[in-house]
Design a protein. Structure first.
Length: 317
């Protein structure tokens, strides 16, 4: 917060002689505009927060949008119960430091109640099970706008989304029935029972997010940086072996490797990458030279060509 206050008080300016020159980031300006439109047009928004880099970036943008006031909506995490411990610790600490309400709803509760059935076997994951818990939480709190960190460059289904993306009264998304949207006209009018998913960093890339984290000196979970970890290889991907969550067969050999994670979703479907990047500067350089997207390390996206789109149609974020 101290860093943010310093940046805001100086207006992120650089001195050129005696005349301050504003260092305007058009992506930041767009996102701040979107946040303010959400608060202006909706009665009860919420920011979906996982403790990952994209949602952390959203929190910083929300701080800037409403500075010096506090963020005017709660954070909510749909917890699969299979999250990396480093991410959960960071989530709780950040919410406490910001003094913002943190709502947590657990997929395990939906499993216990028989609303969803847990997958078993080699490629089992709780990632798709989040949908039921998310829809229940939106209904429980009557949230009419859920703000998330999805970006167009992540996956082709996400490229079809609008910044204000309408869901019907069942929480479902119809990719064939979306209204036109100009940047300066974000239409928040919805019918009773509908809600909107909002994507303030939709036009950002993974490199944009990391560059912003570097620029703003934003703290992120340690799991994003290179560290030694017990891992095993399956299907050409590196999986964590430091827990009882990720399924591992007896012939899959555990070795210690220097790795980091580009995305920090459910452990059961999120692979690591070999890396020696131990600082944000090195991560930015690594991402700039990368030939594969970060979603290339998410096995749940590889189940079928339309895996993400089908989940979104059912209500997945």
């Amino acid at each position: 917060m101290e860093i943010l206050e310093k940046k805001m008080s100086t207006n992120v300016a650089k001195e050129s002689g005696t005349i301050p020159v504003l260092n305007v980031n058009p992506l930041e300006s767009e996102a701040i505009y979107i946040f303010r439109e959400v608060v202006a047009q909706f009665e009860k928004p919420v920011l979906l927060f996982s403790g990952g880099k994209d949602s952390i970036t959203l929190v910083r943008l929300a701080q800037k949008a409403f500075f010096p006031a506090k963020i005017p909506f709660p954070l909510m995490h749909i917890d699969t119960g299979h999250n990396f411990p480093e991410t959960i610790e960071f989530r709780d600490r950040l919410a406490e430091e910001l003094g913002v309400e943190l709502i947590v709803r657990n997929v395990q509760d939906a499993i216990d109640q028989g609303k969803v059935v847990e997958e078993t076997g080699k490629y089992a994951s709780r990632n798709s099970l989040q949908t039921t818990t998310l829809l229940d939480a939106l209904e429980e709190f009557k949230f009419d706008a859920a703000i998330g960190g999805a970006r167009r460059d992540e996956e082709k289904a996400r490229a079809k989304e609008r910044i204000f993306s309408v869901r019907d009264d069942f929480g479902q998304w119809d990719e064939k029935n979306q209204r036109p949207e100009l940047f300066d006209h974000l239409n928040g009018k919805i019918d009773l029972g509908q809600n909107v998913r909002v994507f303030p960093i939709s036009n950002w890339t993974e490199l944009d997010v990391w560059s912003y984290i570097e620029q703003e000196d934003i703290e992120i979970p340690s799991i994003y940086f290179a560290h030694k970890r017990k891992t095993f290889v399956r299907d050409g991907m590196i999986w964590s072996a430091e827990d009882e969550v990720v399924y591992r067969e007896e012939d899959e050999v555990v070795e210690e490797r220097l790795v980091r994670f580009r995305t920090v979703g459910d452990m059961s479907c999120t692979a690591a990458v070999l890396s020696d990047a131990v600082s944000i500067e090195k991560v930015v350089s690594e991402i700039r030279d990368s030939q594969i997207s970060e979603r290339g390390a998410r096995i749940d996206d590889k189940r079928s060509e339309a895996a993400m789109e089908k989940r979104k149609q059912q209500g997945y974020f």
